[in-house]
Write a protein that binds this ligand. Structure first.
Ligand SMILES: NC(=O)c1ccc[n+]([C@@H]2O[C@H](COP(=O)([O-])OP(=O)(O)OC[C@H]3O[C@@H](n4cnc5c(N)ncnc54)[C@H](O)[C@@H]3O)[C@@H](O)[C@H]2O)c1
Length: 245
């Protein structure tokens, strides 16, 4: 059984991705800083008949990332699939963002993706291939006020996807990104007017309903499965037709 590592697996989208990859037949290592949330993901996966391990780590800590992949290498024969999904998204005007907050956002959303990809790719290279999916965001297209650090890291996720796809392709490793639009998850708590925000979302989407985490996870499933064997370096937009790229 191949192993899929999903970071941020305690969150709504990460949990759906973990559930879907387990249903696809992978042993899932569900990693998150939130022990209770990731344990709930493990329970959800196993209740549905899948295999999962809950792993608590802080992606700001490079040693903790090393420990995660060392465990996967020794106990799970290496990483076949990595989904870089964890993110933080503090909201604040650009002119007021303290350096420490910027550093935190970068440590989780960019350096964390980078270090996980590097550790996973080393195992994938030794195994002759693998698949990495980086979760980006619709905000890379038009920006978003009061989220400059977050938006910057999501742009970096798209650029990193292309760089790694180019370099790791000869090793049989595919690297793609999935760019969610607006999904109704905890991330929406940054918007002060939930009803107004929902109307705003539906006004912009071509499809006049909210997307579900399962619909996002289905695209991750495609990108980590055999049907996308010739797809690499791409960013797939999953946004109900809000931005068409
Ligand atoms: N929900 C949306 O509408 C939306 C839109 C665009 C992009 N995204 C992206 O989708 C991904 C998942 O988003 P979500 O809506 O499920 O958010 P979420 O906040 O529910 O999940 C993010 C998870 O990352 C974890 N995390 C945060 N800091 C961490 C750290 N230092 N170490 C380890 N784990 C940490 C959190 O505990 C949380 O479980 C993110 O990359 C986000 O940027 C979401």
């Amino acid at each position: 059984m191949s192993t899929a590592v999903v970071t941020g697996a305690g969150g709504a989208l990460g949990r759906a991705i973990a559930r879907r990859l387990a249903a696809d037949g992978h042993a899932v290592v569900a990693a998150d800083i939130d022990t209770d949330a990731v344990e709930a993901t493990r329970t959800a996966v196993t209740k549905a008949g899948g295999q999962a391990l809950a792993w608590t780590l802080d992606l700001r800590d490079p040693d903790a990332i090393g420990d995660l992949f060392e465990m996967v290498g020794s106990a799970h024969h290496g990483t076949a699939i990595l989904v870089n999904n964890a993110a933080v998204y503090p909201s604040r005007p650009f002119l007021d963002i303290p350096l420490a907050e910027y550093d935190t956002v970068y440590q989780v959303n960019q350096r964390g993706y980078w270090l996980c990809a590097q550790a996973a790719a080393r195992q994938m290279a030794a195994a002759g291939g693998g698949s990495i999916v980086n979760i980006a965001s619709i905000v890379v297209h038009g920006g978003w006020a009061d989220l400059a650090s977050y938006v910057s890291t999501k742009g970096a996720a798209v650029a990193m996807t292309r760089a790694l796809a180019r370099e790791l392709g000869p090793l049989g490793i595919r690297v793609n990104a999935v760019s969610p639009g607006a999904f109704p998850t905890a991330a929406e708590t940054i918007h002060s007017d939930p009803d107004g925000y929902t109307k705003f979302v539906l006004d912009h989407q071509a499809l006049k309903r909210r997307g579900t985490p399962e619909e996002l996870a289905a695209v991750v499933s495609f990108l980590t499965g055999p049907d996308s064997a010739f797809v690499t370096g791409q960013t797939i937009e999953v946004n109900g037709g809000w931005v068409m790229a």
